[in-house]
Ligand binder design. Structure first.
Ligand SMILES: C[S@@+](CC[C@H](N)C(=O)[O-])C[C@H]1O[C@@H](n2cnc3c(N)ncnc32)[C@H](O)[C@@H]1O
Length: 319
């Protein structure tokens, strides 16, 4: 048990060994994630910003933000003035990319916008950090490393909490829900998205089928999971941590890959696929590619109207 500074009733039990593994995995994958997946998951991020009416919020925390492409667009075009936005991830590489890319945007040179990179800490006093920024900055952005299961932020600090596609991969999602509840103020909201129902997530499962057909083992490392895709169950869990009103809906993300080649490149770019390919010979890789092409043509080729799809379950919970 790790004692949390802000928690009145003691700490949550967190599997730090598993966390260290996930942190390393996402550090190693960060640039690959930026090149491929983030261009697709941006749709899920904007679903959350839009459903949670993030343009109205004043103090936002986004956790598991990845390289933060969506966050940067939101900051530039949608975030209201006098809003403070904490952008966090467990992976320092993801955070670094967020900062690096942010500094490349025109928004970074806007005299009303300030980006602060916070030192890693167990305890972050949100209001104090906001007040430390001079008054002339009207949009205050903070980047920091934070673990969704034991957040460093003070209680009741945010009117909006956003978690796009991270709840289903943390070792103990109930810790993440408890922490989301703790850091959101009374009347504030938490918005989560998770992978939807397995049968509607062929963008994630098709490549596993191809590996199997090609006779190559697929290493999912238990991060490919649909355990939270049942809306009723998830809503029940979210209400159990204290949220009063919880709404949910399923929505689709369907990138329309123009060529099988692009579909293949996307499919093998995931951390799990890369891990699975690591020890393959060049013949095995070639065989996998051919198998992918054949199966893809049959199922999603020019003669069909089908697309590989990716369903997400979106939840908006009010405290
Ligand atoms: C599937 S990605 C989603 C990233 C981004 N939200 C998006 O939609 O593109 C999951 C993200 O969660 C982060 N993550 C995984 N476990 C985490 C944890 N325990 N605490 C905080 N972030 C975590 C990963 O580093 C990764 O950036």
């Amino acid at each position: 048990m790790e004692e949390r500074g802000w928690m009145k009733g003691g700490g949550l039990e967190v599997d730090h060994e598993r966390m260290a593994f996930l942190r390393q995995k996402f550090n190693d994958w960060a640039y690959g994630y930026e090149d491929t997946v983030e261009k697709v998951s941006i749709q899920s991020s904007f679903n959350l910003y839009s459903a949670a009416r993030a343009h109205k919020a004043s103090k936002i925390l986004e956790v598991g933000a990845g390289c933060g492409l969506a966050a940067r667009i939101f900051i530039s075009y949608l975030m209201k003035k006098h809003c403070s936005f904490f952008v966090s991830d467990i992976s320092e590489k993801m955070n670094e990319i967020f900062v690096q890319r942010f500094l490349e945007t025109d928004t970074a040179s806007d005299p009303e916008v300030k980006l602060v990179t916070l030192e890693e800490s167990d305890v972050i006093d949100v209001d104090q950090e906001i007040n430390n920024v001079e008054d002339n900055f009207l949009k205050r952005i903070f980047s920091c490393r934070a673990n969704n299961e034991c957040l460093p932020f003070s209680d009741n600090s945010f009117d909006l909490y956003i978690a796009c596609l991270s709840l289903m991969i943390v070792p103990n999602y109930k810790n993440q829900l408890t922490e989301a509840y703790r850091v959101v103020e009374e009347g504030g909201a938490a918005a989560f998205s998770v992978w939807g129902r397995e049968e509607n997530c062929t963008m994630l499962t098709f490549v596993c089928e191809v590996f199997k057909e090609a006779g190559i083992e697929y290493t999912s490392g238990s991060t490919l999971t649909f355990k939270l895709s049942d809306k009723g169950f998830l809503i029940k869990d979210i209400k159990e941590v204290g949220f009063k009103e919880v709404k949910g809906f399923y929505t689709m993300t369907n990138p329309c890959f123009p060529t099988v080649n692009e579909a293949y490149d996307y499919s093998v770019s995931s951390a799990n696929a890369q891990l699975s390919l690591k020890n393959c010979t060049s013949e095995e890789r070639e065989h996998l590619k051919l198998t992918f092409y054949q199966m893809y043509e049959e199922r999603y080729g020019n003669d069909t109207s089908e697309l590989m799809s990716w369903e997400t379950l979106v939840i908006i919970a009010t405290k």
